[in-house]
Design a protein around this ligand. Structure first.
Ligand code: 475
Length: 837
């Protein structure tokens, strides 16, 4: 079979220089880009010019694969995954693209010949932070793995002008700074002015009869704006497959409202433009929805509508009639944020493509799949019916009709069970009526999955119990994964080289299960020594960076104990703080015999409106100030807060960690993915039986994992039988003295009230049972210290953690989605052979 080769028409001489992978070609192209795009000579170029030239040089090579992929996908009518996500936490592109093209070394050498340091150029990149945390980063790992696994895919989302805020720490408090990531230009995106769709809001609906006499509905929106596509190529590792990330920017439909202009209302006309553009201005910095935010609903509808219209356009252009839409596309809903897509696809099929309800529903229902990422009741999205009606009147009618038909089905199955009908309804009644987006997502999808085994079981047993009884076959589990290219090869090149050297190949980068081959060498003294040296070097790098960024000196000989993730009470950063205070007190009381020198390192952002989370950040820094400045203790322990934990800074942290803190209350963390990133880099985990920790422990072996705390079931039992945190406070003298020390004002320059909201909450409410798990946690930390003292043993455990982590590659997760949920097969893009010069 011959694959069409779109590049054949290109002049091969030109192509060799512009997209060739040799050092010479890279050098030439870099200088050309520096000159023709940045308008600079080598001698006067700024670091940013150099970065841009390097980025464009790399992009040219990506585009080659991308154009080829697009051609093949188009002509072969390949079944395509559309990943719908309000967030993509991409991280820097350049280093990963070099790795995936296989030209990191060539680029480094080309740089050297030009007197340039590749690492310094990589540092220049400002990352697109178009996400909050786990969910957004998962979407980014999945995009990379989709390409690596050669699955035709489009990622759809929003091109936020301002991503997640930059975090600064001032006087120990988090301060938010705007993330102006586009300020210096974005070399990775390609604007597509011809790919534009209009999106309506508000107005009213009208009934009319069509030519055949059938009753139809037409929506007359009050406001119409445009969405324009910006495309970013996402290349896979070791393959010519490249997929597309298509992000939408909101714009006014025309540059002027001429009516207003002619009547002299110039300001009003311009203002309308500005208003339209606000829709894609800024990412909501909460990792749980904020009730009732109209702009957020507008954002969701905006990107979902553009994406659905684009999919229909693509289908009509390539395959043809919409009857086969669900055979061409599968759309994955990344949580409920894009769940409006169900109603929007219905609307487009019914109203714009004049299909019957039955056929529209059949197509819609076969198109969507939904991933749930949280069980926390406060994080489940609902929209008030009145807001929804005001913004999306036609969609409300459609949601009502979906609900009516659905509830009929429920009543047929469960005769007389009106309580069940009430629970399952897409509309929550009683009080203000609200639309339950999770229920809409389940009803509108043919597959629903959780993100770790425990989570998926809890999804069926609690949140969607009624739905799982009605449609048991609809529920699945796909445990999350992360990409080893970014989180091992790019973040930790020394470790990657050591693994490659030890295993005798680098095939593990593509087939992570093969890191298991390390196990055969786990008793090899040479490997143990090299392994320690690699960790030690990473710790030194981090220490150097932290000194400069946070002004804290860290000793690379000490145990690097790291907790890095969003700040949330359920993640229990305050449990970690209580441990630090306990260590502090023990040292002050001359009882340091059980301790090993430790650096307690934190990283993470708090939602700007989440008072308690921000107070915990302040407490960490307050404790740090006392500890780090007390010569009696600072030889034993240090506390450091990494400012602005993002993907780039995460890449500095994971390689340097000895101990990974995964200490959420069991049953609360859906999966966690940081847990995987740490483990992949040889950190040992101290954790509860929560989320994917359960499976990580199974994989690496119980003896290589520090387990503590209640199980999800025990936590639930305790909660139900009446949890009384003050009993723990009263009965555990050390716990009491740790909390009292906070209240004494020691960490707050004598202010005894500053941390009261936190300590009072712990003693009186403690919704995430910090006090109940305190003792078990301290005991477990003692085991950690003992184990760390036995260096060969610790190193062996570290190697086994890496060797057995293969399952947590996002490639595995994507293959499971492809096989069990999406029913898609890989489509190989043959690299055009003459270009591999
Ligand atoms: C889970 N974010 C992790 C990760 O599956 C899990 C919610 C609302 C609005 C904006 N962002 C969010 C999340 O819900 C989120 O990040 N959830 C996380 O998803 C990937 O590993 O346990 O907490």
């Amino acid at each position: 079979m011959s694959t069409p080769n779109p590049t054949e028409s290109l002049d091969s001489e030109r192509e060799r220089t512009r997209t060739g992978l040799s050092k010479a070609a890279l050098k030439q192209d870099f200088l050309d880009n520096l000159f023709y795009i940045q308008g600079r000579f080598r001698e006067v170029a700024t670091p940013h010019d150099l970065y841009m030239a390097a980025a464009f040089t790399t992009r040219d090579r990506l585009l080659k694969h991308w154009v080829e992929s697009a051609q093949v996908f188009k002509t072969s009518h390949a079944r395509t995954v559309c990943y719908l996500s309000a967030e993509y936490l991409l991280g820097p592109h350049l280093a990963c693209n070099l790795v995936n093209l296989g030209i990191t070394e060539a680029a480094r050498e080309a740089g050297e010949e030009l007197g340039l340091d590749l690492d310094a150029i990589l540092e220049e990149e400002e990352e697109p932070g178009l996400g909050n945390g786990g969910l957004g980063r998962l979407a980014a790992c999945f995009m990379e793995s989709l390409s690596t696994c050669r699955i035709p895919a489009i990622g759809y989302g929003i091109r936020y002008e301002f991503g997640i805020f930059d975090q600064a720490i001032e006087d120990g408090w988090q301060v938010e700074k705007t993330d102006n990531w586009l300020r210096n230009g974005n070399p990775w995106e390609i604007p597509r002015p011809k790919i534009r769709f209009s999106v309506g809001y508000g107005g009213y609906t009208e009934s009319y009869r069509d030519d055949t006499g059938r009753s139809r509905v037409c929506w007359r929106p009050a406001q119409v704006i445009n969405g324009m596509a910006y495309d970013t190529p996402i290349l896979g590792y070791g393959t010519a497959n490249a997929n597309l990330l298509r992000l939408w920017k909101a714009e006014a439909p025309t540059s002027f409202d001429f009516q207003a202009f002619n009547t002299g209302d110039y300001y009003g006309a311009v203002y309308a433009n500005i208003q339209a553009e606000t829709i894609s201005k800024v990412l909501y910095p909460n990792d749980e929805p904020e009730a009732g935010k109209e702009l957020r609903l507008k954002q969701q509808y905006f990107f979902v509508s553009c994406s659905m219209q684009d999919m229909i356009r693509l289908h009509l252009n390539t395959v043809g009639p919409l009857e086969s839409f669900a055979d061409k596309f599968v759309a994955q809903l990344n949580d409920t944020h894009p769940a409006l897509a169900v109603a929007e696809l219905m609307r487009l099929l019914l109203d714009e493509h004049v299909m019957s309800w039955e056929q529209s529903w059949d197509i819609t229902h076969r198109t969507f799949c939904y991933t749930n990422h949280t069980l926390l009741p406060e994080a489940l999205e609902t929209w008030s019916v009145s807001l929804f009606e005001r913004l999306l009147p036609r969609h409300l009618e459609i949601v009502y009709e979906i609900n009516r038909r659905f509830l009929d089905e429920v009543r047929m199955r469960f005769l007389g069970d009106e309580a069940r009908v009430w629970r399952m309804s897409l509309i929550a009644e009683g009080g203000e009526r609200r639309i339950r987006m999770a229920n809409l997502a389940v009803v509108g999808s043919r597959a629903v999955n959780g993100v770790a085994e425990l989570h998926s079981e809890l999804v069926k047993a609690t949140l969607f119990k009624d739905f799982a009884e009605l449609w048991p076959e609809r529920f699945h589990n796909v445990t999350n994964g992360v990409t080893p290219r970014r989180f091992m090869v790019v973040a930790n090149p020394r470790l990657a080289q050591l693994i490659t050297k030890t295993c005798g190949h680098d095939d593990w980068i593509l087939d992570l299960e093969r890191v298991r081959e390390l196990e055969a060498h786990v008793d090899d003294a040479g490997l143990l020594e090299d392994w320690r040296a690699v960790k030690r070097a990473a710790k030194q790098d981090l220490a150097t960076w932290m000194q400069q960024a946070a002004g804290v000196r860290l000793d690379p000989e000490s145990l690097f104990d790291v907790q890095a993730k969003r700040f949330h009470e359920y993640k229990r950063q305050h449990l970690k703080v209580l441990h630090i205070i306990r260590c502090y007190q023990r040292i002050k009381q001359g009882q340091s015999q059980d301790l090993v020198p430790r650096a307690f390192i934190f990283g993470g952002k708090a939602a700007p409106g989440y008072f308690m989370a921000k107070l915990i950040i302040k407490l960490i820094n307050a404790v740090g100030e006392v500890v780090n400045n007390d010569p009696q203790v600072n030889g034993w322990i240090r506390v450091a807060f990494m400012p602005d934990f993002n993907v780039k800074n995460g890449q500095r942290l994971y390689p340097a960690a000895d101990l990974s803190e995964q200490i959420s209350l069991a049953g609360k963390e859906a999966s966690g993915t940081g847990n995987m990133k740490f483990s992949m880099n040889g950190a040992l985990t101290i954790g509860t039986l929560d989320g994917a920790n359960v499976e990580i422990r199974e994989a690496v072996g119980a003896e290589n994992f520090f387990l503590f705390g209640m199980t999800a079931e025990e936590a639930l039992q305790r909660q139900m039988s009446g949890y009384r945190p003050w009993e723990f406070y009263q009965s555990d003298a050390e716990l009491k003295s740790d909390i009292d020390l906070i209240n004494s004002g020691l960490f707050s320059h004598g202010d005894t009230q500053l941390f009261r909201p936190l300590t009072d909450n712990l003693v009186n409410h403690d919704p995430f049972m910090v006090l109940a798990d305190y003792r078990a946690y301290l005991d477990c930390q003692k085991t950690v210290s003992e184990t760390y003292r036995d260096t060969p043993r610790w190193t062996r455990m570290s190697i086994l953690n890496v060797a057995r982590i293969g399952r947590f590659s996002s490639d595995r997760a994507i293959r499971e989605y492809a096989e069990h949920i999406w029913k898609v097969t890989p489509k190989r893009i043959e690299p055009a052979h003459h270009s591999q010069s």
